[in-house]
Write a protein of this length. Structure first.
Length: 170
């Protein structure tokens, strides 16, 4: 590990107001410390001012997403699908059913809700927390809901895995 990296680690770990001392130990190693050792000549290290970033308030819009499909930050404290069976099959004879979205706080304009079925966007985005799926094939599927702003994904719910059971008519 380089001395510059150790110095940087030490600078980051110490409080902003702490004094830093540099000296050479008995083995000839350069040492940085927050106290001056007795009997050893130590130099004080002048540090540049620390950079700081002011946090943004909760009303600030989320930054657009570049190449990632992951959300930048959570805009909603609750975003999940409700009423989806996970232990038993969902019975939908024609593959059509509705899902409810739990969202808190309420969906904020211009945000919209969009379903993601088997990792692909599904249907048209909307602003109503009851969404319909039509003619979904039988078998196991993955479903989530996203909050979007145009093409930007603001947040995505956890994925729910479920199985659709359809009646087969000969």
């Amino acid at each position: 590990m380089g001395r510059g990296f150790l110095f940087l680690l030490l600078v980051i770990a110490l409080p902003a107001a702490a004094q830093i001392y540099k000296y050479t130990d008995a083995n000839g190693n350069t040492v940085y410390s927050d106290h001056s050792p007795e009997g050893v000549k130590a130099q004080t290290v002048e540090l540049p001012p620390l950079n700081s970033v002011e946090p943004q308030g909760p009303s600030a819009p989320a930054a657009p997403i570049s190449d990632s499909r992951e959300p930048v930050r959570s805009a909603y404290e609750i975003l999940e699908l409700a009423g989806m069976p996970t232990e038993e099959a969902l019975r939908a004879n024609n593959g059509t059913f509705t899902v409810n979205v739990l969202i808190k706080p309420r969906l904020q304009p211009p945000h919209q809700l969009r379903l993601v079925l088997d990792d692909e966007p599904y249907g048209q985005p909307g602003n109503v927390p009851i969404l319909q799926l039509v003619n979904v094939d039988r078998g196991e599927h993955r479903l989530a809901v996203q909050v979007i702003d145009g093409e930007a994904i603001i947040q995505q719910s956890p994925v729910v895995v479920f199985t659709v059971q359809r009646v087969h008519k000969p």
